[in-house]
Write a protein that binds this ligand. Sequence first.
Ligand SMILES: [Zn+2]
Length: 266
Amino acid sequence: MAHPASPAPSEPAQIEPAQIEPAQIEALVRDAVRRLAVGGHAVHSAAAGGHSAAASRQSPRAEAADKPNLVVSISARHCHLTDEHVEILFGPGATLTPEKPLYQDGFFAAAQTVMVVGPRRRMLPSVRVLGPTRSHSQVELALTDSISLGIDAPVRHSGDIAGTPGCVLVGPAGTVQLQQGVIRAARHVHINHRDCKYYGVENGDLMRLKVTSPGCSLVFEDVLVRADDAAKLEVHIDTDEGNACNLDAATAIELEPQRSDCRCKH
Ligand SMILES: [Zn+2]
């Protein structure tokens, strides 16, 4: 049984002892989980973890009828797990329990959360697990999260985790030491091939997202095209990026090819 959704404090919880040995981590974080669960704070929507927050923070739709329906979502910190790690963390035979479907068909926020522990005794107590399971476990953080954890997470495309920092994951049934897999997910757009034609882009291209927002409009460059026939048009940015342009208050969003990165320049 997963522990209840714990609060996501603005500062990471601190584990008290001055030194941490690997063997001590599990006991320490279990104690922390118990204390946090007793605390029973409300979960702030902007830091609730996982794409569960994203669904309620989708931006206004593009209005012209001939345009693809553009959605911009904030992807809060979350993790992906292998089947093996799900069983270690949540018990033999455990599988992810879908709790909330994501905008992309077939993907979901799971009921389960894990604790992510970094160096220097820092941790994030409740990081949402997204499903389905994958071939490699991976933790996706915003820069603010990685600073809080003391992990220097590089910007990477999902799945490109070679040489990235690791961390410790703690669940109610066990602990996993990830040797690598902590990243800041590169901003990207899920798009099908029909919409690729509309914008004149291909898989792997870069696009530009303009967000018009009162007092804090912003243009995001380097939005990676992730083309898939099953995709619904959706840009994923992280919480830092979404907060910087106050996406909730945005009055217009616009996506266009990033011509400065045109392949003709080779
Ligand atoms: Zn995505």
